[in-house]
Design a protein around this ligand. Structure first.
Ligand code: GDP
Ligand code: MG
Length: 163
């Protein structure tokens, strides 16, 4: 059976950039401005000879913080339902935000494999800043740069072990 991997996280952390790297096609739309309305995107990829489907969650609406958070909760809930494996993307530049903590709280109750991808770790200096993400209470994390690809291979190795 084709495993489904869902990419979740608040806007602007780099979910679509990561998705694009995996599907190697510009299927997801990357926005410099956070919160632009987008639909969910589905793609296919393979790694280590294992095929899988990927969902890039988006669909956030410009509006109040309340709408934002409600949207994100909805997207996370959908992803949890649909997916076999969840990749929770966070941003090393911002650290843990209240919305990250909110998503983490939901994910802590989920009995599916969850991988934390600390994104925007473009260089070794930034890797040291990633330690704070232990405080999400979801265990170990992977540092990645969706832009230059560093760390993404190790993350995919770990993910495909669960497929
Ligand atoms: P999404 O809202 O979570 O889907 O985030 P996007 O993929 O649209 O990316 C939001 C912004 O972060 C864009 O300006 C990206 O170019 C930037 N970005 C994504 N990944 C990285 C990364 O690994 N390093 C850096 N420095 N910027 C990144
Ligand atoms: Mg996006």
């Amino acid at each position: 059976m084709n495993s489904i991997i869902a990419i979740v996280g608040r806007p602007n952390v780099g979910k679509s950039t990561f998705f694009n790297r995996l599907v190697q096609k510009r299927e997801a739309i990357v926005d410099a401005v956070s919160g632009v309305t987008r639909d969910r995107h589905y793609g296919k990829s393979d790694w280590n000879g294992k095929e899988f489907s990927i969902i890039d969650t988006g669909g956030y609406t410009i509006g109040s913080d309340d709408i934002f958070e409600e949207e994100i909760r909805k997207q996370v809930a959908l992803a949890i339902d649909e997916a076999d494996i969840i990749v929770f993307v966070v941003d090393v530049e911002d650290g843990i935000t209240p919305m990250d903590a909110e998503v983490a709280k939901i994910l802590r109750k989920v009995k599916k494999p969850i991988f934390i991808a600390v994104n925007k770790v473009d260089n070794a200096m930034r890797a040291a800043n990633a330690v704070e993400f232990y405080n999400l209470g979801l265990g170990d994390y992977h540092t990645i740069s969706s832009i230059n690809g560093s760390g993404t291979g190790d993350l995919l190795d770990a993910i495909t072990k669960k497929i």
